[in-house]
Design a protein around this ligand. Structure first.
Ligand code: ADP
Length: 389
């Protein structure tokens, strides 16, 4: 679960981590008023669930409240396309008006879950304010990592080693140690899978400050934090994703044209791989999980049909717990209701498979049955090509 920069900064602030003064604005008039309170000179920052805003024109230093208002007008409602958003971008609905800080040095600092060691890992770099993935590719020696032992927690000596490696000394080094320890505390107590400060800066006045903050909560722990659901900004999420979550379905949007309905994450990955091998491009995948009902399958199919990029649908279900006739009923119900003429290929196996196939064949839909994963993938790619001709 993601939150905005200003929300993450509020949390960091409550853990004693220095952050710039700032106000959130929902209209350009509020942007102007907030800029006035800052004395005119301030930084205007679009709040979207993605980084890379600076390069995409979503962060600007302004000098007068009127300039702030003008920029606010320009930003509100605009879709900001950054290297993290995908081609459609994300709409700006909130703006952070922040004091302009004189920056002397920029660092990178984060704590995230390391899947290899199954532990928190502290990552730091002197190359701050830039794309850390690119630093990892081009200058891996510039990245410092410390794996945290969950039994002892992050130790002060580890934090000190990081602060010294960033080239800090004296009081500011001790401030950095305290900041890192507080960051770890926040990470644990807030059940974060990631807290990233990029850049962490040393100001010209000689203070450490978190200039940006990204915070991701572990979805499995959301139930432990009553305030989290209210923090979600639904305008930043794909409406189909919100709908899928309501029905406990996992929906992931992708860039192609073939909608995929599967059961199980492993089968989903295999389906996408084989589709690609056969020359198809998945538009999404929707995992209905085990033991779905006819209603759930129908809802899943409806969600796929609402994806405007979908030109054809590939259903790949292994009916171990699920009955194939139930799957077929769900498909026929959802597709029949909107008189769907899109090409559909269904590959299913397991319990009640023959009954399921009969239901599909007699449905009048533009449907073919795949005999194997490879056969199904080949068929849907072929059907799509024929449609295009
Ligand atoms: P993003 O990572 O999405 O591009 P950042 O919050 O990192 O957004 O902002 C981009 C850059 O703008 C930062 O690297 C920093 O140099 C500058 N910046 C951000 N906030 C401020 C601020 N309050 N005062 C001065 N400079 C800022």
């Amino acid at each position: 679960m993601n939150i905005h920069e200003y929300q993450a900064k509020e949390i960091l602030g409550s853990y004693g981590i220095p952050i710039p003064r700032g106000t959130v604005a929902l209209t350009s008039d509020q942007v102007e008023r907030a800029a006035k309170m800052m004395g005119g000179r301030c930084v205007i920052k679009a709040q979207i669930y993605a980084g890379g805003r600076g390069k995409a024109g979503g962060v600007k230093l302004v000098h007068h409240p009127e300039e702030a208002q003008e920029f606010g007008k320009e930003l509100f409602g605009r879709s900001l396309v950054t290297r993290q958003t995908g081609p459609n971008g994300l709409k700006v609905r909130r703006i952070l008006v922040e004091e302009a800080v004189e920056i002397a040095r920029e660092f990178y600092l984060s704590i995230t879950l390391d899947r290899e060691s199954s532990r928190y890992i502290l990552i730091a770099s002197t190359a701050g304010g830039v794309d850390i993935e690119e630093v990892a590719r081009k200058n891996p020696d510039k990245i410092l990592t410390h794996i945290v032992n969950p039994f002892t927690g992050l130790r002060p000596y580890q934090a000190r080693a990081v602060a010294l490696a960033l080239g800090l000394c004296g009081t500011i080094c001790e401030d950095c140690v305290e900041l890192i320890l507080n960051l770890y505390r926040a990470c644990q107590e807030k059940d974060c899978s990631l807290i990233e400060i990029n850049p962490l800066v040393v100001t010209k006045a000689g203070w450490l400050m978190a200039m940006d903050a990204k915070m991701t909560f572990d979805e499995n722990a959301v139930y432990r934090h009553r305030e989290y659901p209210d923090m979600v900004d639904y305008s930043q999420l794909d409406p189909l994703e919100i709908n899928a979550a309501k029905y406990d379905l996992s929906y992931i949007k992708l860039a192609g044209t073939i909608g995929c309905m599967v059961n199980g994450a492993g089968l989903a990955m295999a389906t996408l791989d084989v589709l690609k091998e056969c020359g198809g491009e998945p538009a999404n995948f929707l995992d209905v999980g085990g033991g779905a009902t006819r209603e759930k399958v129908a809802e899943a199919f409806r969600i796929i049909l609402q994806d405007r990029d979908v030109r054809g649908i590939f259903v790949n279900i292994f009916g171990g717990i699920m009955r194939c006739d139930v799957i077929a009923q769900g498909i026929v119900e959802a597709a029949g209701a909107v008189n769907c003429r899109l090409p559909i290929v269904v590959r299913m196996d397991g319990s009640q498979v023959e009954a399921g196939k009969i239901l599909l064949k007699e449905s009048g839909l533009n449907v073919q049955i795949g005999t194997s994963l490879g056969d199904g993938a080949t068929r849907i790619v072929r059907m799509l090509k024929q449609e295009e001709q």
